[in-house]
Design a protein around this ligand. Structure first.
Ligand SMILES: Cc1ncc(COP(=O)(O)O)c(C=O)c1O
Length: 265
C-alpha cells in the first residue's frame, strides 16, 4: 500500500490482516514522508506492528518510537557510521517487541565483529555534526538545482508544495530535511544520465548513501532495476531521475561538479 494514502492503508490492513507494516520515514528515492502517528494508530487498531526504516531521516530528524512505531531500524552502514567503511544495522524496539528481536538475533546470529562495532561507535561521535552539514548542503543544492535550466524537477522535503508538506511540518525539525536530494534531468534518457554520471569528478557514483562524500545513484538501473516499467511509472520513478546523497564537502565544490557534469549533456 502507498503509506501516504491513509485510506488505502486502512483498507489493505483490513483485507490482508498482516502481522506488520514496513515503511521508511523518508522514502527512497522520491523522499515522501508518511504520517507516522496516524499510521501507528491504524496499525494498532488492526493488530499489526509498525516497523519503520529510519535510515534516511536518522534519529536527528525523527525517532519513530516516539511517534507510535513498534520497531525502528537503521542501516548503520550509512549516516550513523558515516564513512562508508563498515556494514551494520541497528534495531530499536518497544518493550513488547524487544525480547522477540533479541531472540531472533541470538538464533540468526547477526552479531557485528569488534572492528565494525568500533568503526560504528567512532562514527556516531561525529554523527550529529555531519548530519547537520549534510542537511544544509542538501537544502542549498536543492534550491540551486531548482533554478538550473537543465533540471526538470527537484524532490526535497523543504519544498512548500511537497505533497506531504503538512506532515513534514509536524514530523521533521525546522531546517532539517535530510541529506538526500533527487532530481530529474530535462529530456534525459539512460544515455544522457550515464554521460552525466561519467562526467562527475568529485561526486562518487555509488549504490549507497550517508557517506562524508557526496554520492550519486541512478535508481532506474540500480535500486529500482528489478521493478517492472509499469510499476516504476506508477511509483513515479522516471528514466531521468538521479538521487544525490549530500556529503560534508564545501557546497560550492559539489555545485561545481554537478554544473560541469550537466554542461556535458
Ligand atoms: C533505507 C535503507 N535501509 C536499509 C538498507 C540496507 O542497508 P545495508 O546495506 O547496510 O544492509 C539500505 C541500503 O541501501 C537503505 O537505503
Amino acid at each position: 500500500a502507498d503509506t501516504n494514502d491513509l485510506a488505502a492503508v486502512e483498507s489493505k490492513l483490513a483485507s490482508f490482516q498482516p502481522g506488520c507494516l514496513l515503511m521508511e520515514t523518508i522514502s527512497n528515492p522520491l523522499l515522501r514522508v508518511g504520517d507516522l502517528p496516524a499510521l501507528a494508530r491504524l496499525c494498532r487498531q488492526a493488530g499489526a506492528a509498525l516497523i519503520v526504516d529510519n535510515t534516511f531521516s536518522t534519529p536527528l530528524l525523527a525517532r519513530p518510537l516516539e511517534h507510535g512505531a513498534d520497531i525502528s531500524l537503521h542501516s548503520s552502514t550509512k549516516y550513523l557510521s558515516g564513512h562508508g567503511d563498515t556494514l551494520g544495522g541497528l534495531i530499536t524496539a518497544t518493550a513488547e517487541h524487544f525480547e522477540t528481536m533479541r531472540r531472533l538475533s541470538r538464533i540468526n546470529g547477526p552479531v557485528l565483529a569488534p572492528m565494525e562495532c568500533y568503526l560504528t561507535m567512532r562514527g556516531i561521535k561525529t554523527f550529529a555534526l555531519r548530519m547537520e552539514r549534510q542537511c544544509e548542503n542538501a537544502r542549498v543544492l536543492a534550491a540551486w538545482l531548482r533554478t538550473h535550466p537543465a533540471i526538470e524537477r527537484v524532490y526535497y522535503p523543504d519544498d512548500p508544495s511537497h505533497p506531504d508538506a503538512a506532515v513534514i511540518a509536524r514530523l521533521l525539525p525546522p531546517g532539517l530535511y535530510g541529506g538526500m536530494v533527487s532530481f530529474e534531468v530535462a529530456g534525459a534518457g539512460k544515455r544522457e544520465i550515464f554521460r552525466f554520471l561519467d562526467s562527475l569528478q568529485m561526486i562518487v557514483r555509488a549504490t549507497s548513501l550517508g557517506d562524508v562524500h557526496t554520492m550519486a545513484l541512478y535508481p532506474w538501473i540500480s535500486s529500482h532495476r528489478d521493478v517492472s516499467p509499469a510499476l516504476k511509472a506508477e511509483m513515479g520513478i522516471r528514466e531521468n531521475l538521479v538521487r544525490l546523497s549530500a556529503g560534508i564537502e564545501h557546497v560550492d565544490d559539489i555545485k561545481e561538479d554537478l554544473a560541469r557534469a550537466l554542461r556535458a549533456l
